[in-house]
Write a protein that binds this ligand. Structure first.
Ligand code: SF4
Length: 359
């Protein structure tokens, strides 16, 4: 089992990051931040799926103004994502965000603007995320390191950290985003030997769903298994809900955190007598919000299903025109095929209530 690397602890809007705190799951809204109802609706969906910190893009004054209402109603802390414009960052801090994501080296207004921003962040207890991105490294660093190498990313991130430290600011988390898996792993590993600020794990431009998931899982999986990473966001060119699903699946797979339902479903084969893929697609949106850790199996046949899913708390296995409900690999009921999904959901609810009663 891995040992978590000790980083210093910071607190973002009441959520502890680093210093041995559980790895925090983040995502980012893709609504127009100026559309408060749509943004809040998406935040609530993300939170129900397990998102613990949410980031919103702040593109102009209207978006910064909208943050006030968003922060007041969001069930989790909000981070404002800001490029170049320090006045937007100040407005976001006034609106009540828990954190801001900026690049102190590219803020308009230079050192004076950064000083004002840091003073406001200190006063309001706001965390600042800095980070290097392989696509936007400063020219001098690119020349010095001969390209966007892991060392170049580390140097760029440390430079941003130093700019804040010189102003007496230490509530910092850091990301190092390369677009390649090996570059990302190397950059985070190298940074962790030079600094104890909490690490925000991410992979930039991860890509469409399947390749994006694979790249993120390999890069972040390696780092998490080595004990690195205090908060994660899996960036996908897809619905942000899937980012949250993926982050939890990765944390579970790495043995870092447990939450909610893990669906164990068979790959299906020529023996399958029900449409497993449709069943799983129907079940997942209804199980996503469950917080209690549990395993739910969805298997294609009664011959091998229950046995193959012995570790599951509850499951169903399809048969011709009917199927079985099983618990811990033992069949407890025979059901008509069309009742399988509903009965499984009922059994999950019962399981949650039993856990609550006995736990
Ligand atoms: Fe095939 Fe049955 Fe195994 Fe599913 S559970 S893969 S249908 S043998």
């Amino acid at each position: 089992m891995y040992t978590r690397q000790t980083t210093r602890r910071i607190v973002l809007g009441g959520v502890a990051i680093g210093g041995g705190a559980p790895v925090v799951v983040q995502s980012m809204t893709n609504t127009d931040t100026r559309d408060v109802p749509a943004t809040l609706a998406q935040i609530r969906e993300l939170v129900a799926a397990g998102c613990e910190i949410v980031r919103c893009a702040v593109v102009d004054d209207a978006a910064a103004a909208a943050l006030k209402q968003i922060c007041a109603s969001s069930p989790v802390p909000v981070v404002a994502d800001i490029h170049f414009d320090s006045s937007l960052a100040l407005k976001a801090i006034e609106a009540g965000v828990g954190g801001i994501r900026i690049n102190p080296g590219t803020l308009r207004g230079g050192k004076r603007a950064l000083e004002r921003l840091v003073a406001a962040a200190k006063e309001r207890g706001v965390v600042i995320r800095v980070g290097a991105n392989s696509g936007s490294l400063p020219r001098d660093i690119l020349e010095r390191f001969g390209g966007p190498s892991a060392s170049a990313l580390v140097e760029a991130a440390l430079m941003q950290v130093r700019m804040l430290e010189e102003l007496g600011f230490y509530e910092i988390k850091v990301s190092l985003k390369a677009s390649s898996v090996s570059g990302t792993i190397a950059a985070y590993r190298a940074f962790a030997t030079r600094s104890d600020y909490p690490l925000h794990l991410g992979l930039t431009e991860a890509g469409p769903l399947v390749p994006g998931l694979v790249k993120s899982a390999v890069a972040m999986g390696v780092l998490l298994m080595e004990g690195l990473g205090d908060t994660i966001r899996i960036s996908l060119t897809a619905d942000p809900l899937l980012e949250v699903d993926a982050a939890w699946a990765l944390l579970r797979a790495c043995g870092v955190r447990q939450r909610g339902v893990e669906i164990i479903s068979c790959p299906t084969c020529g023996r399958a007598e029900v449409d497993i893929i449709s069943m799983v697609q129907e079940l997942w949106p209804q199980l996503r919000a469950v917080e209690k850790p549990m395993k739910v199996a969805v298997m294609g046949c009664v011959v091998n299903g229950p046995g193959e899913a012995r570790e599951a708390d509850i499951g169903i296995a399809g048969g011709r025109g009917q199927g079985v409900l099983f618990k811990k690999g033992k069949v407890v009921a025979k059901l008509a095929e069309q009742r399988l999904v509903a009965e499984l959901l009922r059994a999950v609810e019962e399981h949650i209530n039993t856990e609550q009663t006995t736990g």
